[in-house]
Unconditional design. Structure first.
Length: 964
């Protein structure tokens, strides 16, 4: 058949995908926690999927489960879970479980999910919570011991030394405990995971029917928890076992908790209501509380304990060792405790099933029957006593009668009167034989009578002998044990002297040369730790102070504390040889700190030594010159509020001069004794007490010294100043105020000590200053007022100069007081003073004509004299005057004229013959001349001039007429 061409109807699967995940990806193989793993199964499916008839199966590694029918999709998804045990079981030995789910619909569609991998590992049980761990004396613990990692709850543990191993079940643990390498270990049944009661579930094993069988080993089985077994623990073989623990150990349904068939077993301290059956072996029992002890064989020794029932089938053998009065049995019917007191032939019976075959009743004291009246009896005078003790003494006493019987040498018995107690004092007895009879009178035991052993009591005095006295004890009689004689007493000598130190008191050790007994005596008190001494401040800065003190040998150290910030701050210190040093740091400048030091040794501390240290003040700053003169400089600086004052120093004459300023508010000082115009180095240190801050340096400069020796001269237009040379100056500045401003002239170098200022006005007062300067500094100065001399007179000119006189004039100077007029005559200046300023003229006399004279005039005012104005004057001879004809003759004429004393003579000329005829007359007084040779009645022209040397005055003409 070929269907290739047939159309195919492809049906869509109802489930599209199944996605599997889980939040747990690790399981512990060795855990018994068996958690349930919830898987998240997410299904994607079409809308037409019938909600019912969906199932799943799962696969773990090679294992695939059968189908499981679910009623709905949501149930399938919600219940996707597997138990850890199942996963581990199905995964076999794999290191991981590969898990997937297959989701199947009822009509055959199925889809497989992805695979989830879960690691299968062994837990190292490294985080076990063990409530029994610190319960060495056992308890009644009802909390599980479990591992925090794998959550396994342990059924058992084995400890050996510090080694602890935990087990999921007791069988495995018991198996390990029996191994020879675990000899001496302790096996603990633990409160297990089955909850209340802590029933130990013993895994069934082939042939053992679930019983725990211990056949070997040598270990302790210790109960720290309330424990119940479903099956007995069987002990046989070569096992050496101690069973202990103050907890109830029971088996269910009245089975035996323990069956001993062999081995060496000790039951010690079981608090149990359980049954123990002993069929063989060697069993020791003490301090147990056992419900029913069944003894069918073996060797049993019971020293104490309680039993509700003892059943034995082997009579004498078992009970023969019951000699301890602390041993008791409870009546199972009445629940009352019953004393067992039985001589070897006596019996005691209970109302309900108690069977005691044999019980001893013996006289237990004294051990021997010899009584020494002077013997050693520490518990008082001995008595004969029997060992049985009534349980409820009040009640039993009322029902029991004691009789003490003496037997004489012939065997006759006599009841000792008044001896009705369990004890019979030997004090009043004589040597003989005695026994006690006990008779019950209560309802159940009425008439039961028991007879104790017969003992012989020998009453005698001891003749002490033997034994050796020691230092402290008398000799002890070897016969009766009494002490006799006297002790030797100790022979102490000092064998060691321990000096006291700072920690321990001193003492001497005394030792007895005989017995070596020693004691400590001659105690000397602990040496007091001395106060620290020689405290010294080694170094101080603004923020640190190094201190040291003398080391005290033998102490452990020192408490060094500095009070900083309102609290004591601990300071480290270190010893170096003889000294101990400590550094106080983090301090503030210029402060006082309290420090205390005490040595300590062991728990002893010496008294604190307190003292103060100061820190160095901060340096000053801002050293400024406030004011300088030529000899002093006032400086100032910033205030240091923590200082006591300041030390100011300046370097002069190759050394520092010092000045101390007290009080921190005083922040300036005058440095004096300085030279003018000089630069000095200064330094300032703030001090506090004897601590000085580092210096702050600066320079000061004195002013050049004031200019001295100033002299002034003035002219009409200038003044000239002179002064003394100033060695401290670089030069000079001369200032004067003119034209509304200060004008200045600077002289460089100190050698030139004069200056002239010109172009000034006369009569004017100028303010002038001379300052010496050095660099930029100027000396002090005084204002000088300089008044210029009167203005130079003007308009000086010669008004007239004839013969011996000249008149000079000038412009009047209204500012002047007057004038000096001088002309140089006769080799000197001839002065003429005019004492008012209006007379601006002067007549100069005594001149010689034709001689030129220098003339000068100056104005004066007060004592100031203006510049001279110069001119010259040259007088001429005045023309001849007053020519008169004295006589006229016809041929001569005599003429006379006024004499001129300034003249040397006269030149007289007459015009005659067409020419001037000259005649010279010498001498000024010859002012008359007669001219002859004239014609009568003729008029002649005459001219006369006076002469001086070669100079001649102008001619004066006259006409003269001769007589007829
Ligand atoms: Zn674990
Ligand atoms: Zn003695
Ligand atoms: Zn001694």
């Amino acid at each position: 058949m070929n269907n290739d061409n047939k159309s195919v109807n492809v049906e869509e699967a109802p489930i599209k995908s199944a996605t599997l995940s889980t939040e747990m990806n690790k399981l512990y193989r060795n855990s018994n926690a068996n958690p349930t793993l919830k898987f998240n199964l997410a299904l994607a499916h079409g809308s037409n999927l019938n909600d019912s008839y969906v199932s799943k199966r799962y696969g773990i590694n090679s294992y695939v489960s059968g189908d499981i029918i679910y009623s709905s999709l949501s149930a399938l998804v919600k219940d996707a879970k597997l138990s850890a045990d199942e996963i581990i079981d199905k995964a076999g030995n794999s290191v991981a479980a590969k898990i997937y789910f297959v989701v199947i619909t009822d009509d055959g569609y199925e889809i497989k999910s992805n695979t989830v991998s879960i690691d299968l590992v062994d837990c190292d049980h490294s985080q076990v919570v063990d409530p029994t761990a610190d319960k060495e004396t056992a308890g009644n613990i009802t909390e599980p011991t479990y591992c925090e990692i794998c959550e396994s709850k342990f059924n058992a543990k084995i400890t050996k030394g510090d080694d602890v191993r935990y087990y999921n079940n007791l069988d495995e643990a018991a198996k390990d405990a029996q191994k020879s390498e675990n000899e001496g270990c302790t096996l603990y049944p633990l409160y297990n995971k089955n909850g209340y009661g802590g029933q130990l579930v013993l895994k069934k094993k082939n042939g053992d029917g679930g019983q725990l069988v211990i056949t070997e080993g040598n270990f302790t089985l210790k109960y720290a928890v309330r424990t119940a077994f479903s099956r007995p623990i069987i002990i046989n073989g070569k096992a050496k076992l101690t069973v202990t623990g103050r907890c109830a150990v029971t088996a269910f349904e009245n089975q035996d908790a323990f069956i001993v068939r062999g081995g060496d077993v000790t039951f010690d301290g079981l608090a149990t209501g359980s049954n123990v059956t002993i069929n063989g072996g060697n069993v020791t029992m003490a301090a147990n509380n056992i419900n029913c002890l069944t003894i069918n064989g073996g060797n049993v020794s019971i020293s104490s304990g309680g039993f509700a029932e003892i059943v034995t089938t082997v009579s004498d053998k078992v009970i023969a060792d019951y000699i301890d009065p602390g041993f008791w049995v409870q009546d199972r019917g009445t629940k009352e405790w019953i004393d067992i007191y039985s001589l070897n032939k006596a019996t005691a019976s209970s109302t309900n099933g108690l069977t005691v075959r044999l019980c001893p009743m013996q006289i237990i004291k004294p051990i021997d029957t010899v009584y020494y009246t002077n013997g050693y009896y520490p518990d008082g005078i001995p008595s004969l006593q029997i060992n049985a003790e009534p349980w409820y003494s009040n009640e039993v006493d009322a029902k029991v009668a004691y009789q003490w019987i003496a037997i004489d040498e012939n065997g006759y018995e006599t009841v000792i009167e008044g001896a009705t107690d369990r004890k019979l004092s030997l004090e009043n007895l004589t040597t003989g034989r005695y026994y006690c009879r006990l008779t019950y009178s209560n309802a159940t035991t009425a008439g039961v009578s028991m007879k104790s052993d017969v003992v012989t009591a020998t009453i005698t005095e001891c003749e002490h002998s033997g034994g050796e006295a020691t230092c402290t004890k008398k000799a002890k009689c070897e016969i009766c044990g009494a002490e006799y004689g006297e002790p030797l007493g100790h022979d102490y000598v000092v064998i060691k002297i321990v000096e006291p130190d700072y920690r321990n008191e001193g003492y001497s050790v005394f030792e007895c040369t005989r017995c070596k007994d020693s004691y400590i005596g001659n105690r000397v008190p602990v040496k007091p730790i001395p106060d620290v001494e020689e405290i010294a401040v080694e170094k101080t800065t603004y923020n640190e102070v190094d201190i040291s003190w003398k080391n005290i040998s033998g102490v452990d150290g020192y408490y060094v504390e500095c009070y900083v910030g309102n609290q004591w701050k601990q300071i480290n210190c270190s010893a170096d040889g003889d000294r101990v040093a400590a550094k106080l740091s983090g301090l503030s400048a210029g402060l006082k700190y309290k420090v205390r030091i005490a040595a300590y040794a062991g728990s002893f501390t010496a008294k604190f030594r307190c003292f103060y240290v100061d820190t160095v003040p901060s340096p000053v700053w801002n050293i400024n010159t406030v004011k300088a003169t030529d000899e002093t400089v006032r400086i100032s600086w910033s205030r240091n509020a923590r200082a006591d004052g300041y030390k100011v120093e300046w370097y002069i004459n190759n050394q520092w001069s010092v000045k101390t300023v007290t009080g921190n508010n005083n922040i300036s000082a005058v440095i004096d004794g300085l030279c003018a115009g000089t630069r000095y180095k200064v330094r300032v240190s703030a001090y506090k007490g004897d601590l000085y801050s580092p210096y702050t340096y600066g320079y000061i400069d004195t002013l050049p010294s004031k200019v001295t020796g100033i002299t002034q001269t003035v002219t009409s237009s200038s003044f000239t100043l002179k002064w003394d040379k100033n060695e401290s100056a670089d030069g000079y500045t001369v200032q004067y105020y003119a034209d509304g401003k200060w004008n200045e002239k600077t002289l460089v170098g100190n050698k030139k000590t004069t200056v002239t200022i010109g172009s000034l006005k006369g009569y004017k007062t100028y303010k002038v200053r001379i300052k010496a300067y050095k660099g930029e500094l100027e000396s002090t100065f005084d204002d000088i007022y300089i008044t210029t001399a009167p203005t130079k007179v003007s308009g000086l000119k010669v008004k007239s100069a004839v013969d011996s006189k000249a008149v000079v004039i000038w412009n009047a100077d209204t500012n002047a007081d007057g004038y000096n007029v001088e002309y140089y005559i006769g080799g000197r200046w001839l002065e003429k003073t005019i004492t008012d300023n209006k007379t601006a003229m002067a007549v100069l006399g005594g001149l010689t004509p034709y001689i030129t004279y220098k003339v000068r005039v100056r104005a004066y005012k007060d004592n100031l004299y203006g510049d001279y104005s110069y001119t010259t004057v040259t007088a001429v001879l005045s023309p001849v005057t007053n020519i008169k004809v004295v006589s006229a003759k016809s041929n001569s004429i005599t003429v006379k004229w006024g004499k001129n004393a300034s003249a040397d003579g006269y030149k007289v000329e007459i015009y005659k013959g067409g020419k001037w005829v000259k005649k010279t007359l010498k001498g000024s007084t010859n002012a008359t001349v007669t001219i002859g040779g004239l014609r009568a009645g003729s008029v002649y022209k005459v001219r006369i001039a006076s002469y001086k040397g070669a100079n001649t005055s102008t001619y004066t003409y006259a006409n003269v007429k001769t007589a007829k």
